[in-house]
Design a protein around this ligand. Structure first.
Ligand SMILES: CC(C)(COP(=O)(O)OP(=O)(O)OC[C@H]1O[C@@H](n2cnc3c(N)ncnc32)[C@H](O)[C@@H]1OP(=O)(O)O)[C@@H](O)C(=O)NCCC(=O)NCCS
Length: 167
């Protein structure tokens, strides 16, 4: 189970900060749907891109997206909005890892309004596309990082029961 990869993880560790990625996107006409809002598929592509960069930095290996969880669109985004995506590693297992991506609209003064939160699982793969061991564990410091790790373990458990249900 994933909990085997907590404090007793024998691998060398990287911090959450090491792989953190923050990207800024300016919303243009070609990002909009017919209702004049940001096209959801475009946001998902950016989320996947940011999360993939986090997973790559942490693992140093080729990674593939295995699943995207809990993609909740809280608010829309519109033309000329400045979108900030922040990706952080929450959990590292044997060959898989989970990245949380928070999406915000940022105003001119830097104040942020959350519009989306997503959790993505990546699997490190070898040259044949098969899962392979991630060489680094995750160093957890502080209660926020611990809470994110604990949440990731719960999501991992949920994913495994959803798999049993045929999702
Ligand atoms: C992801 C993939 C490599 C997993 O291969 P697999 O043989 O099913 O993997 P295993 O059952 O051996 O599990 C390996 C790890 O992946 C995790 N995993 C597998 N499927 C998963 C899923 N759907 N969601 C989350 N984690 C998953 C397992 O929990 C395990 O984690 P651990 O090593 O940290 O304990 C394979 O399913 C694949 O290639 N999928 C297509 C990926 C892809 O093309 N993505 C781009 C989409 S456009």
């Amino acid at each position: 189970m994933g909990s085997d990869y907590g404090k007793s993880d024998p691998r060398p560790k990287k911090t959450v900060e090491f792989s953190q990625v923050e990207n800024v996107y300016q919303i243009r006409y070609d990002h909009l749907n017919s209702a004049g809002r940001l096209f959801g598929g475009q946001l998902v592509a950016w989320i996947d891109e940011v999360a993939g960069a986090v997973a790559l930095r942490h693992t140093g290996l080729n990674v593939t997206t295995a699943s995207i969880d809990n993609l909740t669109f809280k608010r829309g985004a519109y033309l000329h909005d400045r979108l900030v995506l922040l990706g952080r590693m929450t959990y590292v297992g044997r060959s898989s890892c989970e990245v949380r991506v928070d999406s915000f609209i940022e105003d001119k003064e830097g104040f942020r309004r959350a519009i989306n939160r997503a959790f993505l699982t990546f699997v490190a793969v070898d040259g044949n596309g098969r899962p392979t061991m991630i060489p680094y564990g995750l160093e957890i410091s502080g209660i926020s990082e611990q809470a994110r790790w604990d949440g990731a373990l719960l999501r991992r458990l949920n994913r495994s029961s959803r798999k049993d249900m045929g999702f």
